[in-house]
Ligand binder design. Structure first.
Ligand SMILES: C[S@@+](CC[C@H](N)C(=O)[O-])C[C@H]1O[C@@H](n2cnc3c(N)ncnc32)[C@H](O)[C@@H]1O
Length: 324
């Protein structure tokens, strides 16, 4: 249950992050027994490149401690939404931390916010949304795939997050988010193949005094359709961004370095034995050979307060007419 706040010691049933190296990070369950594919109860052993880990032996260990494996060692860490995102079982494509951080910032989420999300998928974004809005806020997340929504619900409960999230099973493009949520949300997030069909329903759940919407789409054609729908419905501040992360490597390289003593001696006429440039071994920053690929476009928009909406719709209509 360590997703919901910090704790010192690993308890039976905790989800624990096993950190071996920066590229070898896994999530395991601190349980002595597990069900195998045939449904039989067997010892819970996790195989790593550095030997096997008997997961039951994690119970009682301190979070952050070093644990021995038969051919090496690792560290056991508390799960966070970021670590969960890189270790979770994939049931769908997921949203990763660089996009997630932009989504949370741009949706202006804080403890107490009410957020509506669809689709739930593998729950990668949902974990980060829950942490941003808890303890007084709530996430309502919807997916039309029954097994996915049931599995996500079990996972949230298992992670001790059940009271901060409600999982719904429905087609939100067809049926919307439900009358119970009308006028309740501060923000709506969509990660759907046809987000423009869900935007009219998103309008209904946003609060009377307005709110923020974000739609994640891999293709620009999806973005175009969503933006036209947002304009038609009176949204404003419509902005599409793409988050591209560049990771520089720090390396030692031999580089020619300008000798400032030499330049000074040239200027004032004094003598210097040093050359103008010397090849020195320096620590330098090296750009990556290739940039990480495109994940998706993030379209953000603001819904104005209810009293300003009809004015905004006519202003947007003018923009659309001018664009035609
Ligand atoms: C790419 S996944 C979402 C991944 C999620 N954002 C994450 O970070 O784990 C898209 C999900 O939307 C669901 N979905 C697609 N169309 C839907 C609809 N009309 N109503 C509800 N869910 C839908 C799919 O079943 C799928 O699980």
């Amino acid at each position: 249950m360590s997703f919901d706040g910090y704790k010192d010691v690993i308890n039976e049933g905790d989800t624990v992050i096993l950190y071996l190296t920066i590229t070898q990070v896994y999530s395991v369950k601190a349980e002595g027994k597990t069900l195998n594919k045939k449904g039989n109860l067997v010892e819970n052993v996790f195989q790593t490149p550095y030997g096997a880990l008997k997961c039951g032996e994690l119970v009682g260990k301190y979070y952050g401690s070093k644990i021995s494996l038969s051919k090496g060692w690792g560290y056991v860490l508390q799960p966070t939404p970021e670590l969960w995102t890189i270790t979770l079982p994939h049931r769908t494509q997921i949203i990763y931390t660089p996009d997630i951080s932009m989504i949370i910032l741009q949706l202006e989420l804080c403890p107490g916010s009410i957020v509506v999300e669809s689709g739930t998928g593998s729950g990668s974004l949902s974990h980060a949304l829950i942490r941003a809005v808890k303890p007084h806020g709530h996430l309502y997340t919807f997916d039309f795939h029954q097994t996915r929504s049931e599995t996500a619900q079990e996972e949230f409960k298992d992670h001790g997050l059940g009271s901060y999230v409600t999982v719904g099973h429905k087609d939100v493009c067809e049926h919307g988010f439900g009358d119970d949520l009308s006028g309740k949300a501060d923000a709506v997030f969509l990660d759907l193949p046809h987000p423009w069909l869900a935007i009219p329903h998103a309008l209904k759940v946003l609060k009377e005094n307005g709110g923020r919407l974000c739609s994640f789409s891999p293709c620009i054609e999806q973005v175009q359709k969503s933006c036209l729908m947002l304009l038609k419905l009176g949204f404003q501040e419509i902005q599409t961004t793409e988050v591209l992360q560049t990771q520089y490597a720090v390396q030692q390289r031999h580089l020619p370095v300008i000798n400032l003593d030499f330049l000074k001696s040239e200027k004032d006429g004094s003598e210097s034995e040093k050359k103008e440039r010397e090849v020195q071994k320096v620590v330098t920053m090296v750009p990556p050979p290739s940039l990480p690929g495109h994940t998706g476009y993030l379209t953000f928009a603001t819904l104005p307060p209810v009293w300003a909406r009809s004015l905004q719709i006519s202003l947007n209509q003018n923009d659309m007419n001018e664009a035609e």
